[in-house]
Each structure stands twice: as structure tokens, then as C-alpha cells.
Design a protein. Structure first.
Length: 349
């Protein structure tokens, strides 16, 4: 019977052995994904600096700043997780149970910031949608103070949604008799399985809700902008009509690029985790667990791309952002040259 099961497992093309999964993780996660995430951290720091410099007269700038902060924090947590899986770091003999430490200090914080990114994307898409469908109402309703309240509310709500995970997975020093060592790891509580099952369902639901809101608002936005554009072409003559349609097209490009990038790069993530619910064997403890982890690594890379390349969208489509970013780059160059001249003068002296 055992030989028969072994033969069936070996003939199953969807089963990935541990060695193959390990090599894939080292190359794809610890090298490729980590490198892209590092670039994303730099780009999001530039985003934050540019939006702060631009000011917050427009509520959209506040939301995009909060989105950049969330993306930055999400990428930082991923970098920490990739570091914990890096072979040289694993062999450093640190007093840490790395899998357990990264699970609670990297995994749950990353999930939290991913949900924040999703809902902030949903909010900025909804805000733009409202600007088109109710242009006279939006500025009265979505004031800067209310926008700040909504942003802070999203952050606090999502942080609260994962807070119980830290309660049932406390980090404590543990003694390992075989190695005669004491390491920092998780001391699992009795309520852990129940709490984490609830957290998994609720946080996955948050992801699906954000995805649905972005998709719906994007569809409405496209439909209304096309309708408004046709009406304006008929109602306004001459060069002014061309100016209006150009402005509409530019707004469509900015909003749709952000939302469509989120939809496109989040859709595979949604499918993978829906499959774990529909087919438990395709899960972290199922028969196809290695396939699940491999797919999870691939969709995480798509998430990294979504969080890393918004800088290029803003830079290429917003003249104000481009001018601000260029100004910051010029100031940085002047400061660098000034310090170099000071060091050179001090060396000569």
C-alpha cells in the first residue's frame, strides 16, 4: 500500500519536492524579489518626499501619501521576511527561531499593510469616481480633515484586525535541549488555532472587498468619463473642446493606471487564496503545500511590483509631481556637492 501511494505521489505533476521549492525560494524570493522590493523602498521614499513637498491642499495628495507609506511599510516587512529565509542569515547561528520570528514580526504586519494598501486604493478610486459623478458635492463632503480622518481610520482598523495575532503568538525565550541553546521564538497559546482561523477569514475577506470596490469604481469611472467626454465634444466648440478632452484623457490615464495595475496584479493573489478555501489540499498543510508556497511567492512578487512602481506612474503622468521630484533631486545634488566641497577643503587644510 505504501509503495502504491509513493508511486502515485511521484507521478503527480503538481507535487513539488522540498529541494526544488528550497532552490526556488532562495533564487526567486531572496534574490529577485528582494532586489525589486529594495528598489520599491527607494521609490516610495521619493514618493513620500514629493507629496510632502507638494502639500495637502488637494485631498488626493493626502491619500497617495498614505498609500506610499503603506507600500513602504509593506515592502520593509517583506525584506525582513526574505532576509530570514536567506541561507547566510540562517547559518549565522543567531539566538532566534527565524521561521517563528519572521512569522509574527513580518507575516502579520505585511498582511496588515497589504490590506491598508488595498483599502486606500479603493478609497482614492472612489474619490475620483465621485469627482466625476458628483463634482459639486465631492469638495464639500470630502474635505481635507475628513480625508485625514478616513485615512487614519483605515490604518487603525486594519491594525486592530490583526492585533489578536500578537496576543496568541507571543515571542519568548525558549530552551532547546538537543542544542543546549536558548532562542527567541513563539510560545503558542491554547486559543491560537481558533483566533488565527478567524483572522484568516476576516483578512482574506477584507482583501476581496477592497478588490471588489476598486473594480466597481473603475468600471463606473470609465463609463462616466466616456459619457462626459462625448457630451463635452458636442457642447463645446473649437480649441476649448480639445483642451477639455485632453484633460479628461489625462485624468483617465492616471486613475485607471493606478486602479488597473492594482486589479491586474492582485487578481492572481485573489485566485490563489480562493483555491485554498475551495481545495484544502492546495494549502500550507495540504498535499500540494509546496505548490501553494511556490504560487504564493509568485503572487507576492506581483504585489511587490504593485507597491514599487507607482513612482513612474506619478512621474510620467503628473507634471506637478515631476517638477517636485526634479526639484528634490536637484536639491539633493546641491547638498551632495556642498558636502563634497567641504570635505575637500577640510582635507586640503
Amino acid at each position: 500500500m505504501n509503495d502504491s501511494n509513493s508511486t502515485n505521489d511521484n507521478s503527480d505533476i503538481w507535487i513539488i519536492d522540498d529541494r526544488t521549492k528550497g532552490i526556488f525560494f532562495v533564487v526567486f524570493c531572496c534574490i529577485v524579489s528582494a532586489a525589486v522590493a529594495f528598489l520599491g523602498i527607494i521609490f516610495n521614499v521619493l514618493n513620500i518626499a514629493a507629496f510632502v513637498k507638494m502639500g495637502f491642499q488637494e485631498t488626493t495628495n493626502m491619500t497617495l501619501l498614505a498609500l506610499s507609506v503603506s507600500d513602504l511599510c509593506g515592502l520593509l516587512t517583506l525584506e525582513w521576511m526574505f532576509l530570514c529565509f536567506n541561507p547566510p542569515f540562517l547559518e549565522a547561528r543567531l539566538p532566534l527561531v527565524l521561521f517563528e520570528v519572521q512569522y509574527i514580526t513580518g507575516g502579520y504586519p505585511h498582511m496588515c499593510f497589504s490590506r491598508i494598501t488595498g483599502f486606500l486604493t479603493a478609497y482614492v478610486t472612489f474619490e475620483r469616481c465621485l469627482c466625476i459623478t458628483r463634482p459639486l458635492v465631492v469638495k464639500r463632503v470630502l474635505t481635507p480633515s475628513r480625508t485625514l480622518f478616513i485615512i487614519v481610520g483605515i490604518y487603525l482598523f486594519m491594525i486592530a484586525s490583526v492585533a489578536r495575532a500578537f496576543e496568541v503568538n507571543p515571542l519568548q525565550w525558549k530552551f532547546f535541549a538537543p542544542d543546549n541553546t536558548t532562542k527567541l521564538g513563539i510560545v503558542y497559546s491554547n486559543a491560537r488555532d481558533e483566533v488565527e482561523a478567524i483572522l484568516l477569514v476576516t483578512n482574506n475577506s477584507f482583501g476581496y472587498i477592497a478588490f471588489g470596490i476598486v473594480s466597481l469604481c473603475t468600471a463606473i469611472l470609465v463609463s462616466r468619463l466616456k459619457a462626459n467626454q462625448k457630451w463635452r465634444i458636442k457642447s463645446i466648440s473649437g480649441d476649448h473642446a480639445k483642451l477639455v478632452t485632453f484633460r479628461d484623457k489625462r485624468m483617465v490615464r492616471i486613475v485607471l493606471t493606478i486602479s488597473m495595475m492594482f486589479i491586474t496584479l492582485s487578481f492572481p493573489f485573489t485566485i490563489v487564496f480562493l483555491m485554498t478555501t475551495a481545495y484544502p489540499q492546495f494549502g500550507s498543510w495540504g498535499k500540494y503545500s509546496n505548490l501553494f508556497y511556490t504560487c504564493a511567492a509568485c503572487v507576492t512578487f506581483l504585489e511587490i511590483m504593485n507597491s514599487s512602481f507607482t513612482f513612474f506612474i506619478y512621474y510620467s503622468m503628473s507634471s506637478k509631481f515631476r517638477q517636485t521630484a526634479n526639484l528634490l533631486w536637484t536639491i539633493r545634488g546641491e547638498i551632495r556637492d556642498s558636502k563634497f566641497q567641504e570635505l575637500r577643503a577640510g582635507y586640503k587644510g
